[in-house]
Design a protein around this ligand. Structure first.
Ligand SMILES: [Zn+2]
Length: 420
């Protein structure tokens, strides 16, 4: 069942505990990186503006008129210029050179993404908006015995709650400041040098439908309710935000309240991830091959389902599921999402569009009745297995029984699981 192979890259996130001096240095770096980012973007914008006006007329709304020989500030061009800038700017020089090079790259990645998608022009980063920098490569493993060795910063204490697995090498380390610079993390990118086999579908298969009423339903009618604790935390967040808004801006108490809010945001993200991982493991307990819809959740999030879809973090769930499946030796397949809620899983009849409020599937042809989401999960499974259903005698069929996983684990302490 193992055929294709790929190079495996994983990110592990670890909490790090820099000293006061190290913190100050890293904050300096973040600020310098932010300025460099803006510098690159300024040059790019100037160049584009200078090419906007007609050749034979002088522009009145563009101040910068550049010589036509000046080349487009591409990534390579700006990387070359960086050496020059460093001579005039001691700040740029104080930051590790590979880190500054990555800043240039980051700006150009955003620019490329803008060109590909047609929206999301790179923006200037305001003070405090630049929160991470990357060491793109290491000659030798920087992590040893709860210490991570970073160029120019030195040895920083790291909470190595999960070891770096054998056979993996450290490719890069991103240092991230979170919760208003009160917590620091190292996102360690590790890569397996041997190629890793990918799984082919096998064994027991299930389809899953992801939704709002239940977090998900499998084709066996196994239901996972939405995590209750998540809503509770949201409530607490609102309360904290209200409290923070009453403080005098920029006062000491205001700053404290801001930190509290930032920490809770962080906790919510962590517990959501924890919940998703638990569910993914549960699914792997249930089956060997798991099929999901290929629906682009980012698109649905923009539409009428809006915030709730985002709250569910379905995109993240699918990503974590594929990771857990890989780790557990299970197969995850994606199927076409079109009309999954409009087809009868028993007889294949097209039953027409259901309103969002219509929670039941009732087939007029074969009489099959079930929850709307359960019916979709079965359609997804059929598609995954490549089954074309044909009508059967309605009288023989049992109606499905339901089992529920209630209150998927509430433990928030095991949260920093570190997979992206
Ligand atoms: Zn039917």
């Amino acid at each position: 069942m193992r055929y294709d192979s790929f190079m495996l890259t994983i990110n592990h996130t670890y909490r790090i505990y820099p000293t006061t001096d190290q913190k100050a240095l890293m904050l300096d770096w973040l600020e310098t990186c932010r300025r460099l980012y803006n510098h690159c973007l300024r040059d790019l914008k100037d160049w584009i503006n200078s090419r906007k006006c007609m050749l034979d007329s002088c522009s009145i709304n563009r101040e910068y008129i550049m010589s036509p020989d000046i080349p487009f500030p591409s990534y390579l061009e700006q990387k070359r210029q960086l050496t020059q800038w460093k001579k005039n700017n001691p700040y740029y020089k104080s930051v590790y050179s590979q880190v500054t090079q990555d800043v240039v790259k980051r700006m150009h990645n955003t620019w490329q993404a803008f060109k590909n998608r047609g929206f999301g022009f790179p923006r200037f980063k305001k003070y405090g908006q630049y929160r991470s920098f990357l060491f793109p490569q290491f000659k030798e493993n920087p992590v040893k015995n709860n210490i991570i060795k970073l160029p120019k910063i030195g040895e920083v204490v790291i909470n190595l709650h999960r070891p770096i697995p054998d056979g993996f090498t450290v490719k890069g380390v991103r240092i991230v400041s979170r919760a208003r610079n009160t917590q620091w993390y190292a996102v360690v990118t590790i890569q397996c040098d041997v190629t890793v086999p990918e799984f082919k579908p096998y064994g027991r298969a299930i389809g899953i439908d992801i939704g709002l009423e239940s977090f998900l339903v499998t084709s066996d009618n196994f239901r996972v309710k939405p995590a209750r604790f998540f809503r509770d935390l949201q409530g607490r967040l609102k309360e904290l935000q209200r409290k923070a808004s009453r403080k005098k801006k920029r006062s000491k108490n205001w700053e404290k309240a801001q930190i509290e809010v930032a920490r809770l945001h962080h906790k919510i993200a962590n517990s959501r991830k924890n919940f998703h991982l638990n569910v993914a493991h549960k699914l792997c307990d249930l089956a060997d091959s798991i099929y999901v819809e290929d629906i682009d959740f980012r698109v649905s999030a923009k539409g009428f389902l809006g915030k709730e879809m985002l709250d569910g973090g379905f995109g993240q769930f699918r990503q974590l599921l594929s990771w857990v499946c890989w780790k557990r030796g299970k197969y995850m397949g994606q199927v076409d999402h079109k009309y999954t809620s409009q087809i009868c899983p028993e007889c294949g009849t097209h039953t027409g569009k259901k309103e969002l409020s219509q929670r039941k599937h009732n087939c007029p042809e074969c009489g099959y009745t079930s929850g709307r989401d359960h019916a979709s999960a079965r359609v997804i499974l059929n598609r995954g297995l490549g089954i074309n259903v044909v009508p059967r005698d309605a009288g023989e069929r049992k109606q499905p029984t339901e089992c529920v996983l209630s209150g998927a684990t509430n433990s928030l302490d095991k949260c920093n699981v570190g997979i992206f």
